[in-house]
Ligand binder design. Sequence first.
Ligand code: C2E
Ligand code: CA
Ligand code: CA
Length: 686
Amino acid sequence: MIGNVAFREIFDVAADAMFILDQDGLILEVNQIAYEQLGYTKAEMVGRAIADFVPPPLAAATRDRLANVRKHGYLIFESAMVRKDGSVLPLEIGNKVIEHADGNSYYGVARDISERKRLDQALKESEARFRTLSEDAPEAIVIHDLDTGKFIDATTSAERLFACERDEILQHGPEYFFAPDQPEGTPSIASIQERGQRILAGEQMKFERLIRNGKGQDIFCEVRLVRLPSANANLIRASYLDITERKMAADKIEHLAFYDSLTDLPNRRLMLDRLDQALIASNRSAKFGVLMILDLDNFKAINDTKGHDVGDRLLIEVAHRIVSSVRPEDTVSRLGGDEYVVLVEALGPDETLAASRAEMIAENIRIALTQPYVLYRGEQAQHSTSSIGVTLFRGNELAIDILLKQADMALYQAKGAGRNTIRFFNPAMQAVIESRSRMEAALRNGLQNGEFQLHYQPKVDQEGRTNGAEALLRWMSADQGQVSPVNFIPLAENTGIIIPLGLWVMQTACAQLKAWSESPGTCDLQISINVSARQFHEANFVGQVFDSLKQSGANPKLLKLELTESVVLEDVEDAITRMQQIKALGVTFSLDDFGTGFSSLSYLKRLPLDEVKIDQSFVRDVTSDANDAAIVRAIIAMSRSLGIQVIAEGVETEEQLHFLKENGCMNFQGYLFGKPMPIEELNRLL
Ligand code: C2E
Ligand code: CA
Ligand code: CA
């Protein structure tokens, strides 16, 4: 215990004001600093109530507080006292109660906290100043706490940008506001933490980010991240500046640089770039591509007589028509004036086929452009035609300007040939195309002039009895003599003639079934017809089968449709649906040329097939080639297990027949039993 004297000395030299009060709050003792701070003498204070020195609003609280001190023994609180000159002195007071035999008294130690109060106030003001500064700033500013991953502060401009109340913003972190589809090159969300660490290490960052705000609007922002100094938290200050408009302007400028302002087609510059890419790609894939230059035949006349306004509208409409004549991945560009360039890639590795595809595309465009143009509502239609120069390319051996020159020369030829025409640069190609289009015209005429016939090849059972026939098309061309289906079926497919031609085959076969049904000797005979891909996938194919049966009165059970694997594979689901619809009519299906395709047995199971036809290439060598023999055995075994009939085609020798019978094949077709023959001949045989 410190003696009384020692206590006195401490009491007087203490840096803080000290009071001793009796139990009623009357001052018993004050130290020097206490009365000096308040501007009184000691005598002026001792004996008076402490409450007299407290600002009146706090006086009542002071009495309550003494009661509290009594209750708890000790209390620290903030309060204030009034100086003699009336000014207020903010204090932090520690009070303790001392128990005596004759009652209680209180010790009070009061520390001047006016400096602290001043600093607090200054800080508040500075914060408020900063706030007004940031409120007006164009950027939205948020403070991101890396430890919690959430924002801990946000400016009013952040509320505006994010279209969210501050409270809601503070419930989330930055990723909450990321738009789901970020433009290429924006840092990924996964690296937020890593990025945070780099910023804490002192790095500053600036990048673009697409924000989706509370209203669902996407806003392009320039984001800047910088470390926010803090003693015990990892804070990042992020500012978001809306740059959507700037961005759109930049996009627009870029668009102008690469697109024609009238038609919005790629301009020459972009076309050259695409052509460059196309040559590289073609070099890699070894596939042909085609470059076409197209020029309107009478544009100058229309422009001069009808005015530029009409001319412009025509150019726009031409652009639309070209674009809708090609696939979306093809490039259509306008070089200027009435010249357009079309670039089509990936036409396959076969030159003749690529040429005929190119010609078909050019022809589609040419025809589209000959349709009448109504450029102003209610105006009389304008007519226009175009000439098209075409050149094929493969690889990148020829320079771009040489290719353009070739197409241009071909265009010149087309103009020379009387306009509204297509010309190939390569004369050999041109010859191929011409003979092809002659043949196409001949096919169309042939169909009208009745130049097609069906020949029938007998199909036999194990006893060699004819149980049906396959109908095979024959073209007795007026100027080419008999043309093999191998030569004209692909062309008929390409040109779409197969649709009316195939329908004619079906109707003719049905009529034959009906004729056979009249006599007991032939009424059970089946007819198989070949159905090609284009025909099968035609929207109305099912309807055509139905109508052919109905109109002829043929028994659907005797009609069999032969499909190849490629026909089915083009769209397996659609094929299955169609087959089921047709089967519902009673018609049966055979899978032609089986074994040559790529079909897996697993999908074969899913097809509603009645028969598979072993391809003649396997039958040919079945007695000499062990591989072919194995394949034939496998096909027969598999078909049996699936409950599907098997027929072998191309059976020419007794040895082949013997092998097939040995291995369980029950149906045959081939020269051994009869070649395809006119119906009269077959009827004589039956
Ligand atoms: P395919 O359907 O595989 O027809 C079988 C072909 O093999 C027929 O040729 C037939 O004459 C021939 N052939 C029959 N037996 C033998 C034989 O023992 N040995 C040999 N070496 N060949 C035999 P064709 O008539 O020239 O028909 C060729 C292809 O033309 C047919 O192949 C078929 O894919 C197509 N085709 C024929 N007619 C039509 C038709 O009406 N519509 C469609 N879409 N395609 C048809
Ligand atoms: Ca066939
Ligand atoms: Ca076949």
